[in-house]
Design a protein around this ligand. Structure first.
Ligand code: RIB
Ligand code: CA
Length: 308
């Protein structure tokens, strides 16, 4: 039986590749994509999710648009985004409409009606997930595993102090981590930056992989261009594809090693708002994904994209 998965994301190029990966794998049944704000305004993340699924021939997977800003307090206006010109992914226009049901309503209904539990993968701001469990705490029990791309453990090195998904809505992240999910896996920047995809590997994807692989390669090449000047990459022609690694963990958990950890989120008006304090402790409630096998991740990604 394939594992039932809901992907809550802020599509975004790496989320788009995560959607392709989730849709490609026979081990996973992608029940729905719920879009949240983050990389872009939610109308764009929903449209980008729809474009991605239509492109790969999956109009059957519904996309529900969710929250356009943080939960606590909700902003008076949509948060401004730095690069509105990049808000729409360079993919053909969607041929299927975004489902009119709001993502929170859908998540709550899916949880209430589920006879089998599902896995929730969150690769955007945690606003939708926090709002869904606030609307109905039963959502927590309907989820067998919550997998979150978010947070950063390293301090004072080359990685950013604040990871975007947690930093966008720290109150939501705090609420989600404390909600009592049976199993929580966190994929931090420390790990995604160690499983980068290189320009050379993009060439391999373009070389013989079919249309989805070629489009993913284009998206990764654009990421490489944008990330090139970041200290964490030190001029390397490679980029992390954070959200795809997060879905890849579900397909093959041996791509990383899991370490029990205690995770605390800095909230409120603190100047360190959005930071995560992460300590490895045997009694920790979060499973922190570390030590990725970058080559095996790429092999899995390539084989999956080529199958589309
Ligand atoms: O920090 C990386 C995360 O922020 C990724 O999920 C990316 O898509 C953005 O949402
Ligand atoms: Ca994302």
């Amino acid at each position: 039986m394939p594992r039932r998965v809901v992907l809550d994301c802020d599509t975004g190029s790496d989320d788009a590749i995560a959607i392709m990966l989730a849709a490609a794998r026979p081990e996973l049944e992608l029940l729905a994509v719920t879009a949240v704000w983050g990389n872009h305004a939610v109308r764009h993340t929903a449209d980008n999710s729809r474009r991605t699924l239509d492109l790969i021939g999956r109009p059957d997977v519904p996309v529900h648009a969710g929250l356009g800003g943080p939960i606590d307090p909700p902003p008076a206006a949509e948060p401004a985004k730095a690069s509105p010109e990049r808000a729409t992914l360079p993919l053909p226009a969607a041929t299927t409409a975004v489902d009119p049901q709001h993502a929170i309503e859908w998540l709550v209904q899916a949880a209430r009606e589920a006879t089998d539990r599902f896995t929730l993968v969150a690769t955007g701001s945690l606003s939708n997930v926090a709002a869904a469990i606030r609307a109905d705490p039963e959502v927590v029990r309907a989820v067998d595993e919550l997998v979150v791309m978010g947070g950063v453990m390293e301090r004072g090195g080359a990685l950013p102090d604040v990871e975007t998904n947690i930093g966008n809505d720290p109150e939501a992240a705090e609420r989600v981590l404390a909600a009592g999910f049976e199993r929580v896996v966190l994929m931090p920047l420390d790990t995604t930056y160690r499983a980068t995809v290189s320009a050379e590997q993009c060439g391999e994807l373009q070389g013989g992989g079919g249309p989805a692989a070629a489009i993913a390669a284009d998206l990764i090449e654009q990421r490489i261009e944008r990330y090139r000047t970041l200290p964490a990459l030190a001029g390397r022609t490679a980029a992390p594809v954070h959200d795809a690694l997060t879905v890849a963990y579900l397909v093959d958990p041996t791509l990383v090693t899991l370490h029990p950890a205690v995770v605390t989120v800095h909230t409120g008006h603190s100047p360190t708002r959005g930071r995560t304090d992460i300590t490895l402790e045997p009694a920790g409630a979060v499973h922190l994904a570390l030590d990725p096998d970058a080559l095996r991740f790429f092999d899995l990604l390539r084989a999956s994209l080529e199958s589309l």
